[in-house]
Design a protein around this ligand. Sequence first.
Ligand SMILES: Nc1ncnc2c1ncn2[C@@H]1O[C@H](COP(=O)(O)OP(=O)(O)OP(=O)(O)O)[C@@H](O)[C@H]1O
Length: 258
Amino acid sequence: MIEIKDLTKIYKLNKRQMAEAKTKDPYKRAVDGLSLTAKEGEIYGLLGPNGAGKTTTLRCIATLIKPTQGEIYVNGHEVQKESEKVRDSIGFLTSDIKLDEQFDVNYMFDFFGRVHKMSKSEIENRKAVLFPYFGIDEFASKRIKELSTGMKQKAAIAVSLVHDPDIIIFDEPTNGLDIITARGVTDYLRKLRDEGKLIIMSTHIMSEAQKLCDRIGMIINGKKIAEGTLAELLAVTGAKDLEDAFFEYYKQAEEVEA
Ligand SMILES: Nc1ncnc2c1ncn2[C@@H]1O[C@H](COP(=O)(O)OP(=O)(O)OP(=O)(O)O)[C@@H](O)[C@H]1O
């Protein structure tokens, strides 16, 4: 289970970042008092426009950056106080994951297995499950720099799942993927969900959230503005699809800000 309680993340901007954001304020409130709970056996989607704070939230859960305020518990472990225990139970995936270009997929997989203190046979067993599923056997001995974007993404997914984590945190699962590869990834997420795993993912693609996510948290300007199943969000707004529901909430959020 993931429990986020009143999470706030404020970045300190350098001069270049301030100039780029056209602001004189050196602080950027990327996440603003966000709370949510996600449970085993569900795909929870963080849905929001560019810059809404989705990646920042996921990176805080994954112990990669420190919250400014608030608490996050992963299977009961607080992310800052028990970060190692948290890292053991999660797989963090992002489309811009950096796998070392010099090494081949086999090597990277074995390396991350050892990082998770797995034995040689445990690593081989996981390989026997993941490589055929993602069609990795064909390019397992190729160096990362020789792979296409889709192959790299598949390799990155396999590497992040080497230790069979209970919780999968996925930043924009289908970003940059062709439709066939994207389907392979979303089908796999459903399979993991059906096995009882918890998946929390970010997306700005309405159709993806609509089809894939069991519950959706809509985020704008770092704040959660709505949450529910697709049916609940449609019922409350009277919208015909998620995109319309999103714009309904977006309009309301703009009116509150004004
Ligand atoms: N390291 C950082 N330093 C300063 N500001 C940052 C940093 N990372 C993100 N931000 C800012 O925080 C805000 C939220 O960014 P974040 O990447 O979490 O949004 P997002 O919802 O994931 O957006 P996208 O869909 O574009 O990936 C943005 O205004 C972004 O520019």
